[in-house]
Design a protein around this ligand. Structure first.
Ligand code: HEC
Ligand code: HEC
Length: 278
């Protein structure tokens, strides 16, 4: 009995030793600067494969219970409008190159014809809605309505059937279609702080409860309910804060804070969150 316990103890010590050794090797590689962040250097093939696998299983798990709705010609036309407005810059289209900046991205945004042919609609929907971390693929959930997202899927799914001429003709015939922006609010499980992140407020402000860069471009939004004034001019009420977030220049024409195109419902939800943090 005593012998067995000693073995278990030694095994346990060995496991801890291995973990510590792994952490030390990892920290050494990280701090040595050997891991490049240059977008001009490519991944090892194995790294690329592992990242692809990670994406595959993450999206599969997230779309497990999702079922694509029926789509029609009207949705496909709206999807074409959204695609023209938001996606071609990076992904290009049949016979159309992405913008120059997108060619310098790593990973480079792929033509969506291939994804349309190889992935189910739920995949296209989820990835478009939620984005893909650390790739440059943005989340569109707070920019496009759910109807627009499924419309995009309907259009992207038709890409493999379009040649250059077919694509051009279809885009011309749907030139009047409109993409619908999103105005609805985050689901309760997301929490309203997602809006502060999705409008990049934390790229200039340090904000309580939001993980982001340690920036001092703008005043930190910490202990906000205790603040008497907004930007030194407006009393700190929900209405005034909503107004400031939507249109700071209407309060102070010389302010450095830009108009971020915040939807009214979103501005109010952010104001409520800042004034009454959880
Ligand atoms: C700023 C550049 C950028 C914009 C704009 C952009 N994407 Fe992406 N997208 C990427 C990158 C980078 C990836 C990851 C690399 C890849 O798989 O193409 C990606 C991946 C994807 C994928 C997954 C492809 C796959 O193989 O599974 C889909 C689907 C997608 N984007 C759809 C869209 C749609 C729809 C839009 C427009 C609403 C859009 N993207 C706008 C950069 C962008
Ligand atoms: C590009 C940088 C930038 C971004 C992005 C930005 N802000 Fe600001 N913000 C500023 C600057 C600079 C000020 C100070 C302006 C002034 O006093 O005129 C400011 C001021 C504020 C104030 C008043 C702060 C105080 O001390 O009185 C609030 C509240 C605020 N921003 C909220 C937001 C929210 C919410 C967002 C996201 C929707 C956001 N900001 C995005 C730069 C930014």
């Amino acid at each position: 009995m005593f012998k067995l316990r000693r073995h278990v103890f030694l095994l346990f010590l060995g496991a801890i030793g291995l973990v510590l050794l792994g952490a030390a090797v990892g920290a050494t590689v990280l701090l040595s600067g050997a891991l490049t962040t240059d977008a001009t250097k490519q991944h090892f093939r194995a790294t690329h494969r592992i990242l692809e696998l990670g994406l595959k299983y993450s999206v599969r798990a997230a779309t497990d219970e999702l079922a694509a709705p029926e789509t029609d010609a009207h949705m496909r036309a709206r999807g074409a409008a959204c695609f023209r407005e938001h996606c071609i810059v990076c992904h290009g289209a049949p016979g159309v190159a992405p913008e120059s900046f997108a060619l310098g991205m790593m990973p480079v945004p792929a033509s969506l014809t291939d994804a349309a042919a190889s992935q189910p609609p739920e995949w296209l929907y989820h990835v478009t809605r939620k984005g893909i971390r650390m790739t440059g693929m943005p989340a569109w959930e707070y920019r496009l309505s759910d109807e627009s997202l499924w419309s995009l899927v309907a259009f992207v799914e038709s890409l493999p059937s379009l040649d250059v001429r077919g694509y051009r003709e279809y885009m011309e015939s749907t030139a009047g279609a409109r993409c619908e922006p999103r105005l609805s609010l985050p689901a309760p499980e997301e929490g309203p702080d997602v809006l502060l992140r999705q409008y990049a407020c934390h790229s200039c402000h340090r904000i309580e409860g939001v993980v982001g860069p340690r920036v001092d471009t703008a005043p930190p939004l910490i202990d906000w309910p205790k603040r008497a004034y907004i930007a030194g001019v407006l009393p700190n009420t929900e209405d005034n804060l909503t107004r400031w977030i939507m249109d700071p220049a209407s309060v102070n024409p010389h302010t450095l804070m830009p108009d971020l195109g915040v939807a009214p419902e979103h501005a109010r939800a952010m104001a409520k969150f800042l004034l009454d943090p959880p």
